[in-house]
Design a binder for this molecule. Structure first.
Ligand SMILES: Nc1nc2c(ncn2[C@@H]2O[C@H](COP(=O)(O)OP(=O)(O)O)[C@@H](O)[C@H]2O)c(=O)[nH]1
Ligand SMILES: Nc1ncnc2c1ncn2[C@@H]1O[C@H](COP(=O)(O)OP(=O)(O)O)[C@@H](O)[C@H]1O
Length: 187
């Protein structure tokens, strides 16, 4: 059976870093999602996201879509299919609302990884160090979606694995264990 690792949690907890690690170490492709958010420096269309206008965003077929801090984000059926053509185990980075929908839609095909850090102020520092514009950081951390995603939603408690991403070396060890548990012989 094909599986999707859904990586979720608040902005700055390390979701993209985790998906990049899974891709580079284990060739686990990431489902590329669509957004109307402006590109950050260094981001590439078709690699980090499919960057859309509000008009082009509405043309795709979504398994789920959300508004997050004023921009639209959505994961298309085509994106999921493209990733499954490459591998039986793939990942996707979603807000917690998207993670809930993925669990409802794909059920036991989904493995949820909820990322946290022990101090929320660490997240602000990470966003600044990542090079996000100060105005973007301010509006992001004021958004209700940012606050919501600091906590694991009740309906994901039974299915999610919580990963505290304070120390990157420890996180890598935990990811290595997770991937080993998902190898075909263990499933
Ligand atoms: N539900 C849903 N969330 C998404 C999708 N694509 C990205 N996200 C989430 O949208 C939020 C904002 O993403 P982004 O602007 O890239 O900020 P970042 O989390 O700071 O890197 C994050 O929680 C992402 O995980 C999607 O297709 N669907
Ligand atoms: N364990 C960690 N320790 C220190 N910095 C980290 C750690 N994990 C990720 N980062 C850094 O924090 C920033 C935010 O990570 P990112 O993966 O972009 O988060 P998200 O996708 O959840 O918004 C990036 O600059 C990343 O390199």
């Amino acid at each position: 059976m094909k599986h999707v690792i859904v990586i979720t949690g608040a902005t700055g907890t390390g979701k993209t870093t985790v998906s990049t690690y899974l891709k580079s170490k284990y060739q686990i492709p990431r489902i590329i999602t669509h957004t109307t958010r402006p590109k950050r420096p260094g981001e590439k269309n078709g690699v980090d996201y499919y960057f859309e206008t509000p008009e082009s965003f509405s043309q795709n077929h979504y398994l789920e879509s959300v508004t997050y801090a004023g921009y639209q984000y959505g994961s298309s059926f085509e994106g999921l299919q493209r990733a499954f053509e490459k591998a039986d185990l793939v990942s996707i980075v979603l807000d917690t609302k998207g993670a809930e929908t993925y669990v409802q839609q794909l059920k036991e095909q989904v493995v949820v990884l909820f990322l946290t850090v022990s101090r929320a102020t660490t997240l602000h520092e990470r966003l600044r160090d990542r090079g996000d514009q100060i105005e973007m950081i301010k509006s992001r951390i004021k958004s209700k979606e940012y606050f919501r995603d600091l906590f694991l939603p009740a309906d994901l408690k039974k299915v999610a694995q919580v990963l505290q991403n304070d120390d990157w070396n420890q996180t890598q060890d935990k990811l290595d264990e997770l991937v080993a548990s998902l190898q075909p012989s263990s499933l």
